[in-house]
Design a protein around this ligand. Structure first.
Ligand code: AMP
Length: 395
């Protein structure tokens, strides 16, 4: 049998990110983005090797954008498309692994939507459009939360009245599971260890950020919670704040819940602290030029990250290594070095030459000699989604 092709789709409310993955190749055959869907400026961009192209699709919705994408995908895949893998943000307690999309799984994803009101409905729009357009293809949902369904109850419960969990699902779910799963497995492979018999702390640092404790291929704790707001400082999200902050702002400033939610999700994090940008690259440049807000934002980001990693170590019986991934984790030697500087009690120390070398997709070990392993491992969520889709094709 020739190597199979899987189309991976990640639908937002007005965008579709996609990648065509061939099981025998590390690079993508095709990748791209349809954006500003539903507006007169809707546009489809794609890249095949070094060649970039785009098509304006004014007013296109998800279905129209996918129908424009289909012939491009079929051409690049030589007419051999074997399945579609959809990224779905929230699988609640219903999904602890990827699932074939059928009436029952679609019903479950709809029922879970109140837990992810911004994300799951957008994911569903893409799934429904793709199922109408490609009815003969196997389609699979891969959930950001599924990997963390192995958390023990003492790690996933909040100390709030039991009925809120039993009746309303108020608990910690965790996100970025596809990335944590992929990089912890790669870390084991790169270190000559068995994924099923090794222990990792993982820091996924992109626009959204989370840490995870992975033992023997299972997630045992993670920093995001009921929603992706909990935990680390992120691009525009605050991460942990005093839970009384909502009440305080409502009383003192008369702010509505919507305004407080928007502030914590969109105006906080690196952007809020620096007053400048949510983008780590820009902040590093501004810090070089002496911008105090940029310096503070990076310092808070790294200190809080180190605290979270130290907390995650409680979940593990042994540590085979700490892994950095995501746009910041894969590229910022400064963030890695500052964070590890706060983790001396775990015995961690970097080789700064190796640290500086691991940028722009270069993986490797960056610890100083005779210190616990620290790795940079580029994530590849699209590849993991394609692998999960292929596994379900085989069943
Ligand atoms: P992601 O969401 O994984 O694409 O990550 C986005 C984040 O990675 C943004 O904060 C970027 O500024 C950051 N990033 C990308 N490249 C670099 C770099 N060379 N140095 C520092 N941060 C970077």
């Amino acid at each position: 049998m020739s190597a199979r092709n899987i189309l991976v789709i990640n639908c937002g409310s007005s965008s579709i990110k996609f990648a065509l993955v061939n099981e025998a190749r590390d690079d993508f055959l095709l990748s791209g983005l349809a954006e500003r869907l539903g507006s007169p400026e809707a546009v489809l961009h794609w890249q095949q090797g070094e060649v970039r192209d785009s098509l304006v699709i004014p007013g296109a919705d998800h279905r129209l954008a996918l129908s424009q994408l289909l012939p491009i995908v079929q051409r690049v895949a030589g007419g051999e498309l074997h399945g579609i893998g959809h990224r779905v943000v929230h699988g609640g307690e219903h999904f602890n692994a990827a699932s074939r999309l059928d009436d029952a799984s679609l019903r479950a994803i709809r029922q879970i939507a109140p837990l992810a009101p911004l994300h799951n409905p957008a994911n569903l729009q893409g799934i429904e459009a793709a199922m109408k357009l490609f009815p003969e293809l196997v389609q699979v949902a891969v959930f950001d939360t599924a990997f963390h369904q192995s958390l023990p109850e003492h790690a996933y419960r909040y100390a709030v009245p039991d009925a809120l969990y039993r009746e309303h699902g108020v608990r910690r779910y965790g996100f970025h599971g596809t990335s944590h799963r992929y990089v912890s497995r790669r870390a084991a492979e790169l270190s000559g260890l068995q994924p099923g018999a090794s222990s990792w702390l993982v820091a996924h640092l992109g626009n959204g950020c989370s840490t995870c404790a992975v033992e023997n291929g299972r997630s045992l704790d993670t920093s995001m919670g009921l929603t992706p707001l909990e935990g680390l400082v992120m691009g525009t999200r605050s991460g942990d704040v005093d839970p009384n902050l909502h009440g305080h702002l409502a009383r003192v400033l008369g702010w509505s819940l919507e305004r407080i939610d928007a502030m914590l999700n969109k105006d906080s994090g690196l952007l809020g602290l620096s007053g400048l940008s949510n983008d780590m690259r820009s902040l590093e440049q501004a810090r070089e030029q002496g911008h105090p807000g940029a310096s503070l934002a990076i310092e808070v980001f790294c200190y809080r990250l180190a605290k979270s990693l130290a907390a995650m170590s409680c979940a593990l019986r042994r540590l085979d290594g700490l892994v950095f991934t995501g746009g910041i984790g894969e590229n910022s030697a400064l963030v890695r070095s500052t964070t590890i500087g706060h983790l001396r009690l775990l015995g961690l120390q970097l080789d700064e030459t190796a640290n500086a070398r691991c940028v722009r997709g270069v993986a490797g070990a960056i610890q100083a000699a005779d210190h616990p392993r620290v790795l940079v491992v580029p994530t590849n969520e699209e590849r993991q989604i394609a692998l999960d889709t292929l596994t379900l094709l085989d069943i």
